[in-house]
Design a protein around this ligand. Structure first.
Ligand code: RNT
Ligand code: ZN
Length: 421
């Protein structure tokens, strides 16, 4: 690991270099420290939850791999999240799914209450972090038909509407208790493997169900509703009820947030280009930052061009207060704590790089028609010493700089994860 002195020296040189371009590194770090990333709890146990020992089933999402040490209880998961958070600079949030409820005995999904999340809320409060929430409309016998909120079976549809309603109540309780609005997201897997005869019916029923779920107006300082679209899934290759167009329309008409998952579009389509489009018509959005490899595979997020482009769009558009950044990946083939840390640190790094951009200069070149200068500058920026600023930022925030977080993760693996058999 680099010594503190080395980190400081490198930072000073970087500060000067950025200064030459009119970029204030101190201000960038200050802004960065205010951004909370919403960490998805489901990286810790392969989207299993604690309802039963069976784990993920249905819904067409899949965690692959059998790396040892996944969290088996809510207590273990909280300990893992604590570890992850200690390796991330800044203060972040936790994003929980309904299947992570802590109930004494079986409680049906349509009967969940805020009290079933009391330990989570108390934990978040003690750590001074906010929480976000999700209904779980999969991994359940009543979702086995492949249809939930858009089901033609009224009893099934009603059950899931009730689940949606209780989830909003839970989200609102979280937001109220923690003093920061809880973004409560809704994603359903409803769709057909093969060519449907009726694309319209399920969408009409989904709209009706959403209207029923969102009937009650809830204070936005406690709860922000979000709806998440998808293009296709395993078992819903030909038709997904909740498509992008469907939810974009719904979100605009009903003033909910739209959730854009980076794995939920055609592989050549990018979310970075969608942000400024949808933000023209919506107050706020939620991102599910993920990495699809050939399909919506939810690989660990890396510092890819697209991740950088997403961060640039958020910063350039001055959207930091209106874009909620959530993560959505799950990898069971490597150390799960490391997976979480790698993905989240990459997201934070991408934001730092974006904050270190001389955006005004670039914009001016563009307005002046100097596209040569724009391209030249964008390429030069790629090799500026943001790594030195990152290391310094981590040190300043009292978290490991460089790869030393991995050593800590290995110690945790040896002392904690490896004992979970
Ligand atoms: C699935 C969606 C959804 C889930 C989580 C667990 O394709 O992306 O957001 O990954 O709710
Ligand atoms: Zn998602």
């Amino acid at each position: 690991m680099s010594s503190l002195k080395n980190i400081e020296n490198a930072y000073e040189a970087a500060q000067q270099r950025y200064g030459e371009l009119g970029v204030d590194t101190e201000q960038a770090m200050e802004q960065l420290s205010k951004i909370a990333i919403s960490l998805h709890c489901w990286q810790g146990d392969d989207v299993g939850g604690f309802e039963s020992s069976e784990g993920l089933s249905g819904g067409g999402i899949m965690a692959t791999g059998a790396y040892p040490g996944k969290a088996r209880t809510a207590g273990e998961l909280r300990a893992d999240v604590d570890k992850v958070m200690s390796l991330l600079p800044g203060r972040h949030r936790l994003n929980l799914h309904a299947i992570y409820a802590e109930t004494k005995g079986k409680v049906e999904r349509n009967e969940l209450e805020p009290e079933h999340f009391k330990t989570w809320i108390d934990w978040a409060k003690a750590n001074g972090i906010g929480m976000d929430f999700n209904g779980t409309f999969f991994s359940h016998p009543k979702a086995d038909s492949g249809f939930t909120l858009s089901s033609a079976d009224e009893e099934i549809r009603k059950f899931w509407v009730e689940h949606g309603i209780v989830c909003r109540k839970i989200g609102a309780a979280m937001g109220k208790e923690l003093g920061t609005p809880c973004v409560t997201n809704l994603w359903i897997a409803d769709g057909y493997k093969d060519i449907p005869a009726d694309r319209k019916g399920p969408r009409e029923r989904l709209k009706k169900s959403l209207d029923e779920i969102f009937t009650k107006k809830i204070d936005h300082s406690h709860l922000l509703d979000a709806v998440e679209s998808k293009l296709f899934g395993i078992g819903s290759e030909s038709y997904v009820v909740g498509s992008h167009e469907f939810y974009l329309g719904y979100a605009i008409e009903n003033k909910t947030l739209l959730c854009l998952d980076t794995g939920h579009f055609h592989p050549t389509e990018v979310v970075s280009d969608k942000i400024s489009s949808v933000m023209t018509f919506l107050d706020e959005i939620l991102l599910h930052v993920s990495r699809g490899v050939r399909w919506d595979s939810d690989h660990v997020v890396i510092l890819s061009d697209e991740l950088r482009a997403i961060a640039q769009e958020i910063v350039r558009g001055d959207y930091l207060d209106r874009v909620h950044i959530g993560l959505d990946f799950f990898d069971a083939s490597i150390n799960r704590i490391a997976a979480w840390v790698i993905g989240t640190r990459c997201m934070i790094k991408a934001l730092l790089i974006a904050l270190l951009e001389p955006s005004e200069k670039l914009r001016q070149m563009e307005l002046d028609g100097d596209y040569t200068g724009r391209l030249a500058m964008l390429e030069e920026l790629k090799t500026l010493p943001f790594g030195a600023v990152w290391d310094y930022y981590c040190t300043k925030m009292e978290t490991p700089a460089g790869e030393s977080w991995l050593d800590e993760t290995r110690v945790y693996e040896k002392n904690v994860l490896s004992k979970r058999v």
